[in-house]
Design a protein around this ligand. Structure first.
Ligand SMILES: Cc1ncc(COP(=O)(O)O)c(C=O)c1O
Length: 470
């Protein structure tokens, strides 16, 4: 193992070697079981005497960090947990207060409950593993070295072309590949757009109830965020405060209510944006899955002035772990957005982008969407039907797309949600998505729950509701 030890400017070489090795072990940079270089070799490399290195090793051995095995060498024994070293608390260094308002990220890999109705996740057991493995492997062959260097911050050209084609066919979003920027998912779009359009103190508006991350992203950048109520036609345009520079909306499938924004409201919002010199961010996160009726035209297609940034994600169609999404922006914004992407994290991983481009080009992506639409349509039907058995307690909101549906209730559902979680049913309260007016109700995702588990899960929930857990 090539351990980096720096003796420049140090006088006590033995102490310096001891301290640096100890710090590396405590930080987990050298792990239990790993062998240290023989004393002779390290002494030569550092141009010190072998006795100096042996003395440092002896001290670490005496303290329990190392153990020698005759004929085999010297090994690390201790894990950092056994030798906790208090990290300096950094009390004098504080993040900006904006960050205090941002909740901690959700815990990854929490074990799945028996009945998982969380919204926003697809059925990952049906991810096209074999095809994806083939496509990635093909791109990891010698001769594909160009994929291993820095890529285009705007996104892999073949993928941008496929995205422009896909958005045109499936959503009637007319745009060229030059208007597409590949992102690390929809969430990054709000950040990139805010970077190029908003200063700290500027005003932006989000739907209330709404998807929390965009509100938090904007708030963490020091942007003032106005939650604007949503009625059965969509965001209430009259309630958007004067001076708002950016409005984030989910017109196809309002998150979390599930209702589409009416055509009149779309036109009113576009007109408002034009009169108020504002930009609209249209998050079209899950409309690949539509079960009945024809989708309304996206804001992007209705927009004749170029005020809409259209946002798509591969998180719902494929997997959120890919961290791949895209935005389609007016040409006036593209160069700045590309620079923002470059300065933030340079670009999305090349191999995955190229694999996705090939998946789309060979038709696998469209087939996967069709297959999954059938699966989710069946779940949507079962869920809608079964919710009727809750009688007056729950009124499902009309929904014809996506991976979740919401139902309103006459009373607060927080107690029921907590009781349900204790009994293996994970779901969310509508109130969790509200900022101002908190609506009573429940949000049911059906991406993660297997089709045959929907009815038993709801039966358990109903029993808890009947017991008065609400
Ligand atoms: C409204 C909305 N937009 C976007 C996303 C997807 O975000 P990302 O592409 O960052 O994974 C989600 C996921 O839950 C969502 O609910």
């Amino acid at each position: 193992m090539e351990i980096h030890i720096d003796l420049t400017g140090t006088r006590g070489h033995r102490d310096a070697i001891y301290r640096q090795l100890r710090a590396a072990i405590l930080a987990g940079r050298i792990r239990p079981g790993e062998a240290l270089p023989p004393t002779r070799e390290l002494a030569q490399r550092l141009a010190v005497s072998r006795t100096t290195v042996s003395a440092a090793y002896d001290r670490l051995t005496a303290e329990g960090f190392l153990a020698g095995r005759v004929g085999a060498g010297t090994f690390v024994t201790a894990s950092p947990a056994e030798h906790p070293s208090p990290a300096p608390d950094g009390a004098g260094v504080r993040p900006l207060p904006e960050w205090d308002a941002v909740p901690p990220p959700p815990a990854p890999f929490a074990p799945a409950p028996e009945f998982d109705f969380r919204p926003g996740v697809p059925d990952l057991s049906r991810f096209p593993f074999d095809t994806w493995r083939r496509l990635v492997t093909q791109r990891l062959r010698v001769g594909q070295a160009d994929l291993m260097t820095y890529g285009d911050p705007q996104g892999h050209a073949a993928l941008r072309a496929e995205i422009a084609r896909h958005a045109g066919i499936s959503r009637d979003v007319r745009a060229s590949a030059a208007q597409v920027v590949v992102t690390a998912g929809a969430q990054q779009t709000t950040d990139l757009v805010a970077r190029v359009l908003l200063r700290a103190g500027d005003l932006a508006a989000v739907e209330d109830p709404g998807y929390p991350p965009p509100r938090l992203v904007l708030g963490a950048r020091g942007v003032r965020v106005a939650p604007v109520p949503v009625d059965e036609s969509g965001i209430v345009v009259d309630a958007i405060p004067a001076g708002t520079r950016l409005v984030y909306v989910t017109p196809s499938h309002q998150y979390p209510l599930g209702l589409p924004m009416s055509l009149d409201r779309r036109l009113e919002l576009l007109d408002w944006a034009e009169r108020n010199d504002a930009v609209l961010v249209e998050d079209d996160y899950d409309t690949e899955f539509r079960y009945t009726g024809r989708p309304l035209e996206p804001l992007h297609s209705l927009d004749s002035r170029g005020r809409v940034v259209y946002v798509g994600s591969f998180s719902k169609v494929l997997s959120p772990a890919l961290r791949l999404g895209f935005l389609i922006a007016p040409p006036s914004l593209v160069p700045a957005l590309v620079k923002a992407r470059y300065l933030t994290d340079w670009h999305a991983p090349n191999v995955e982008q190229a694999a996705l481009a090939a998946f789309m080009a060979e038709g696998g992506f469209a087939r996967h969407v069709r297959r999954m639409r059938k699966v989710y349509r069946a779940r949507h039907e079962i869920l809608s039907r079964s919710l009727a058995s809750f009688g007056d307690f729950l009124t499902p909101l009309p929904s014809s797309a996506g991976l979740h549906l919401s139902a309103v209730a006459a009373t607060d559902c927080g107690g029921l949600v907590r009781a349900a979680r204790r009994h293996g049913v994970r779901l969310y309260s509508l109130a969790d998505f509200g900022v101002g007016e908190r609506r009573h109700g429940l949000v049911f995702g059906y991406g993660a729950v297997a089709t045959e588990r929907i009815e038993p899960g709801l039966a358990r929930l109903r029993a808890l509701a009947d017991e008065g857990a609400a």
